[in-house]
Design a protein around this ligand. Structure first.
Ligand code: CP
Length: 312
């Protein structure tokens, strides 16, 4: 922490590369020495304000805080909060800032966490804002890649599926653009291509990327395959969703030409885009990712609260 300035995590670029490295180191220490951290957040409270559904993000945040000896409060849907009566995000967050030391919030509107951060004096963590960003999923993904590959540079990353609305994809690109020698293969139907504001970032950074529609064509090149779900909740039109939802289904047959040390990732939840027959492949890392999500969120809570854990 710099001085007493409140730090928020709205976009992954709110953290420097060195800070991300520090979080990964802490997460790895948490995995090895969980007892060292078990009382680190005693008497601290985390509020989880989820205006949109979640399994992994909300529960891993709550599990993370409980494993740090802290407490949790919050709501899991807008319907069970006063948002259903018309209360604004600003007023909700300003109120909850009186009850909790740190807030993780998910909201369907892009930019809602920025408004929240202006309205309270406790750290705000963006746990997903619409089709925009999902920085704690990216921390999860970076920890997974670092543990599986031993590095975050020098690799070809295939991003497949809904690249238009996929906030996890946008945040992962933003993060990995800061590492050396990353090549991107962007695999999607034309309708779900990466939005211009993201390809602008790739172009500005001089990134090596290609946009293709064939997963099979991409497969042999990839070190990481990041599958994503076509998200029904982001479509205005059910017909378009039905037409596009099964464009990519990863099967053992499609993996025949893949590298032996490919890392297959997915932020989850999945619907059809990865066959359950892939789950037993040793390259399938998507459930391992969910464990990494808990470790890195523990590290993030400590960091944003400015808590340093002493060596035992
Ligand atoms: N990866 C992810 O955000 O999952 P949830 O929607 O279940 O939180």
């Amino acid at each position: 922490m710099q001085g007493n300035k409140i730090r928020n995590l709205i976009s992954i670029t709110d953290l420097s590369v060195d800070e991300i490295e520090g979080l990964i180191e802490t997460a790895n220490d948490i995995e090895k020495n969980p007892e060292k951290y078990q009382d680190a957040c005693a008497h601290k409270q985390l509020a989880t304000l989820f205006f949109e559904p979640s399994t992994r993000t909300r529960l891993s945040f709550e599990s993370a805080m409980l494993s740090l000896g802290g407490q949790v409060l919050g709501f899991s849907s807008a319907n069970s909060s006063s948002a259903s009566k018309g209360e604004s995000v600003s007023d909700t967050v300003r109120t909850v800032g009186n009850y909790a030391d740190i807030i993780a919030m998910r909201h369907p509107k892009e930019g809602a966490p920025v408004i929240a951060a202006q309205r309270t004096v406790v750290p705000i963590i963006n746990a997903g804002d619409g089709g925009h960003f999902h920085p704690t999923q990216t921390l999860t993904d970076l920890l997974t890649i670092s543990r599986k590959k031993g590095r975050l540079s020098d690799m070809t990353i295939g991003l497949c599926g809904d690249l238009k609305f996929g906030r996890t994809v946008h945040s992962l690109i933003e993060a990995t653009l800061r590492y050396k020698n990353i090549k991107y293969v962007l695999i999607s139907p034309d309708e779900l291509r990466l939005p211009d504001y993201m390809t602008d970032k790739l172009n500005e950074a001089g990134a090596d990327y290609e946009e293709i529609t064939s997963l099979e064509e991409a497969m042999p090149k990839l070190d990481i395959l990041y599958m994503t779900r076509v998200q029904r909740e982001r479509f205005f039109n059910e017909e378009d969703y039905v037409r596009l939802k099964d464009t990519y289904i990863l099967t053992p047959e499609k993996l025949r030409n893949a590298k032996k040390d490919l890392v297959i990732m997915h932020p989850l939840p999945r619907v059809n885009e990865i066959s359950v027959r892939v789950d037993d492949d040793e390259r399938a890392c998507y459930f391992y990712q969910t464990l990494c999500g808990k470790h890195i969120r523990m590290a993030l809570i400590l960091f944003l609260l400015g808590i340093k854990v002493k060596e035992a």
